[in-house]
Design a protein around this ligand. Structure first.
Ligand SMILES: [Zn+2]
Length: 196
């Protein structure tokens, strides 16, 4: 059946073309969060989402159609200078990989190594308003200062006995070439990471 043969040949040729088009060193973004903080799932999702966006927003300025910084125009856009790898990532599949580390030390080391390699990065420091609390040192966690007349609640912690502790929670590395990021967080990478 000559027609069948022809069709098989075409399928084979298309498969070969697809294989050639697939990039050998794809662009990806790696998001790393601290497992040791034992964050809630929703908190983790927020932190890695912050990190993914911050890589881009750190590079941009908000523009308005009248050219002013905070105009009253109804058109706004982001003007973000991109690396070639970022441009490719934005046009592609937005590949993201989420990994974990067991300490702040490893989180900051991974970021420092990426910075040294010239890979775009972002660090998320949570303000600690909802999690990451410590005992207020002014009132010893009592919420009030017993010896001070006329000060029924502690002004420092507003009577809660606890203060917010700004905490480094997550980083983004890339978008960049997978081979470059893998030197840091890959299976043979410098920083020990685990899947969530
Ligand atoms: Zn206090």
């Amino acid at each position: 059946m000559p027609e069948r043969d022809h069709s098989d040949l075409r399928d084979a040729a298309e498969g070969l073309l697809r294989a050639l088009e697939e990039p050998k060193d794809p662009i990806k973004q790696v998001l790393v969060y601290r497992r040791d903080l034992k964050m809630r799932k929703g908190k983790i999702a927020a932190q890695v989402a912050h990190a993914s966006m911050k890589v881009f927003f750190d590079r941009c300025e908000v523009q308005t159609s009248d050219g002013s910084d905070l105009g009253v125009e109804d058109e706004y856009w982001l003007d973000i200078p991109l690396t070639a790898e970022m441009a490719e990532w934005v046009r592609g599949l937005f590949t993201k990989i989420v990994l974990t580390v067991d300490s702040e030390e490893d989180l900051l080391r991974a970021k420092a190594l990426a910075d040294e390699a010239g890979i775009p990065t972002a660090l998320i420091t949570d303000a600690g308003r909802t999690e990451f609390k410590a005992k207020c040192e002014w009132c010893g966690g009592l919420g009030h200062i017993p010896d001070v007349m006329g000060a029924p609640i502690c002004g420092y912690c507003e009577g809660t006995g606890k203060v917010s502790v700004p905490t480094n929670t997550a980083i983004a590395i890339g978008p960049a070439k997978a081979s470059e990021i893998d030197k840091i967080t890959g299976p043979e990478g410098t920083v020990p990471v685990r899947l969530p």
